[in-house]
Design a protein around this ligand. Structure first.
Ligand code: C2E
Ligand code: MG
Ligand code: MG
Length: 695
């Protein structure tokens, strides 16, 4: 038996684990005597182990069954064995480990001096505390684990005072090891906490539930961090709430990374504005709120009128900066509750919540358009820009974001079609319009092979000779259901859908074919003008197509005249320029159509190989009525001729107009006064029978 590592040859040893204060042996009691019945019986039945050790030789002279069990030996072996400790020094001790062959046993040991059969002896009582001791060890281990945990852990007493915090938590919050203990938990809350989260936290905890969620906590230095926190209420053995254990993970860094990812997936890199996804999400939420509150939501689409040109001339980098400048200018005019988003290119969308009346929306939209009055200065360039805006409203126009956006887009196109730099509200008519257009486009696809297209020819009169010298071929469409449809209606659709390309090919073939027929029929040689749109001029193979068709028909190139618009003439880029050069080189002449309606000037024309100028009919219409129009016609005739161009006046409807033009020395006229555009056979007869009307 051994204490504190004192090694002997004993059959067992006792090791003192915790000393709780020693007490020397007490003087022996006088009565009752231990060996007497019924005391002996009581001692034999005692739960605690009892040993009597003779003071003189330190050997065990008595041991009860409980002691034998504790010391994992038999009474016979124990009796007479040395106790292992000078019994005079035996002291009361707590949690003494008894080293045996098997599981360690822990006992609280108490000693009393007694007299044993006339000898001085010590009564040693051993109280088994192994179970308590292992529970304590477990708690100690758990405490160490909690202390060493990577997550911040702290305990709050039910009164709201922090009673313990591990080092991860003190490190997270910046407090010293003991600074948090005794502090109210409120010191962790930021000045304006998320009330909803806090209210929910306490409601759940009081109800005995575990709370899990995100909270913002304050550090000692006043900065804050976001934590993922689990708080569990702990009850005492009576089931009453005693305290709370909170476990936290600081997720600020993770949120930052997530935030950056979110920014990448939800925000547009050029302007920093929300993208389409975010816009749709917010629009949906706004509509839900508005339908509960019986309020209105406006969805707007804003498109810059000349962004392509800006991008092409100043480069994409400046284009991007310009877009960012536009975004910041518009944002500056918006309420914080509204959303400005960029969908890509120069497509912006705006979400207006709580719209009380459309007049208020109009005022805001007008302020957007007005804000473009001041030019933008980007990279040292002064950029003049305008925008067109379309508006659709919930619940008037539709009830879901995609439809509202579609309607707003339609209204925006309408604003553009009506001259740009404007805004339009969506109306059902527009929708019907679009449907009509879509149907027309579908029908137009079958028009060529269905032989529904034909060319009308409008004669052109040479004023000096009184002869018909040419004609303009004008396309006609006999729609199987809708009858004759004017080119004004279907040519823009054909241009927008590229259907103009097969139609254009057909026109050239048809003109060549018709011309050859008239030649066979003995009609004098006439120059045939036809309209070629910008879309066709932008095709690499336009020249080849015209040249091949011409060669196949055997027609001379000088019999053809291509009418181009001012916009095409101004677009002196790549394919357009090449086509113009090659066509003129091949001997095909060019006419500038609708002159005066576009933005080109006579000086622009000098650089362009046109030989004829067609004064737009709208100016001719003013002859005899509007002095300004007369002046314009006069100027165009004079300047055109001074540049060596043949001037043709379009839309001549009256003799007075004819006389005025003749007076100016205008070269040719075309218009209802001479003839409307005619079907080929009518045209042939018209030319054959033509006599100059007497003036
Ligand atoms: P445009 O090339 O300026 O053609 C002249 C238009 O004025 C024609 O209308 C013609 O019918 C009309 N017109 C002629 N004389 C008078 C007149 O005295 N008074 C009035 N009020 N109008 C007159 P149309 O045939 O409806 O063609 C309209 C436009 O459609 C054309 O304008 C042209 O830009 C386009 N277009 C017509 N045919 C073709 C074509 O084959 N290809 C292409 N790309 N465009 C075409
Ligand atoms: Mg024309
Ligand atoms: Mg014209």
């Amino acid at each position: 038996m051994a204490f504190s590592g004192e090694s002997t040859s004993d059959v067992f040893g006792l090791r003192r684990a915790t000393r709780i204060g020693g007490r020397p042996g007490l003087p022996p009691p006088t009565s009752p005597r231990f060996g007497d019945q019924p005391y002996r019986h009581m001692v034999e039945q005692a739960v605690d182990g009892l040993l009597v050790v003779a003071n003189d030789d330190g050997r065990i002279v008595y041991c009860n069954p409980a002691a034998a069990t504790l010391l994992q030996s038999s009474r016979e072996t124990l009796t007479g064995s040395p106790f292992g400790l000078p019994v005079t020094q035996a002291e009361d001790a707590a949690a003494v480990e008894i080293v045996t062959g098997g599981e360690p046993v822990f006992v609280d040991m108490h000693t009393r001096s007694i007299s044993w059969q006339g000898r001085g002896a010590t009564l040693v009582s051993l109280h088994d505390v192994s179970a308590r001791r292992s529970a304590e060890a477990r708690i100690e281990m758990q405490a160490k684990a909690l202390e060493a945990a990577a997550n911040g852990i702290y305990i709050i007493e039910k009164g709201g005072v922090i009673s313990w915090a591990n080092s991860a938590f003190t490190a997270m919050t910046g407090y010293g090891p003991d600074e948090l203990c005794g502090q109210p938990v409120a010191i962790l809350a930021p000045p304006s906490p998320d009330d909803a989260a806090h209210a929910d936290l306490w409601t759940r905890l009081i109800a005995g539930e575990t709370w899990k969620g995100r909270i913002v906590n304050l550090r000692k230095d006043g900065t804050s961090y976001t934590a993922e926190q689990t708080v569990t209420p702990i009850t005492d053995i009576t089931g009453r709430l005693s305290h709370f254990v909170a476990i936290q993970e600081d997720i600020s860094a993770r949120l930052k990374t997530e935030g950056e990812l979110i920014r990448l997936t939800e925000y547009d890199g050029v302007t920093g504005l929300p993208n389409r996804n975010v816009f749709m999400h917010r629009a949906k939420a706004a509509i839900e709120r508005a339908s509960r509150a019986k309020a209105m939501v406006a969805v707007m689409v804003l498109d810059l009128d000349n962004f392509k040109a800006i991008n092409n001339t100043l480069g994409h980098e400046t284009g991007d900066k310009f877009l960012a400048a536009v975004a910041s200018r518009i944002s500056g005019l918006m309420r914080s509750s509204d959303t400005l988003a960029r969908f890509g290119g120069d497509d912006f969308a705006i979400l207006f919540e709580n719209v009380t009346d459309m007049a208020a929306a109009s005022r805001t939209v007008r302020s957007f358009l007005n804000s473009f009055r001041d030019p933008f200065v980007v990279d040292g360039h002064t950029i003049e820009a305008t925008a067109s805006i379309g508006i659709a409203a919930f619940p008037k126009d539709d009830i879901d974001p995609p439809s509202l956006l579609r309607h707003a887009e339609l209204a925006m196109y309408q604003a553009k079609a009506e001259g740009r730099d404007a805004f339009r509200y969506f109306d059902r008519e527009m929708d019907a319009d679009i449907r009509r257009r879509v149907q027309l486009e579908a029908d137009l696809r079958h028009a060529v092979e269905g032989n529904q297209l034909w060319l009308a020819y409008q004669p052109q009169l040479d004023l000096a000779s009184g002869q018909i010298v040419g004609a303009e071929a004008l396309i006609r469409w006999n729609h199987p259901a809708r009858g004759l449809i004017s080119p004004g209606e279907f040519i823009p659709i054909a241009e927008a859908s590229s259907l103009i390309l097969p139609i254009g090919d057909w026109i050239i073939e048809e003109i060549c074919r018709q011309h050859m027929i008239w030649q066979v029929q003995g009609l004098p040689e006439l120059r045939l003008g036809f309209n070629v749109s910008g879309v066709q001029f932008r095709q690499k193979d336009l020249f080849n197509k015209v040249a091949t068709t011409l060669a196949r028909s055997g027609l001379s190139a000088k019999m053809l005249d291509i009418e181009i618009t001012e916009t095409v003439a101004m677009e002196r880029t790549g394919c357009v320029q090449q086509n113009v050069d090659r066509l003129t080189a091949a001997g095909i002449s060019m006419s500038m159509d609708d002159f005066g309606t576009g933005y080109s000037s006579l000086s622009n024309l000098q650089a362009f190989p046109v030989c004829r100028l067609k004064v737009d009919g709208s100016f001719v219409k003013g002859i005899g009525a509007k002095r300004d129009d007369e002046k314009i016609v006069e100027a165009v005739v004079r300047l055109g001729q001074s540049m060596g161009l043949t001037v043709v006046a379009e839309g001549v409807e009256t003799l007075a107009q004819l006389e005025f033009l003749r007076g100016l020395g205008c070269d040719e006229i075309q218009g209802y006064y001479i003839s409307k555009p005619l079907p080929p056979e009518d045209f042939r007869r018209f030319v054959a029978d033509f006599r100059m009307p007497a003036s």
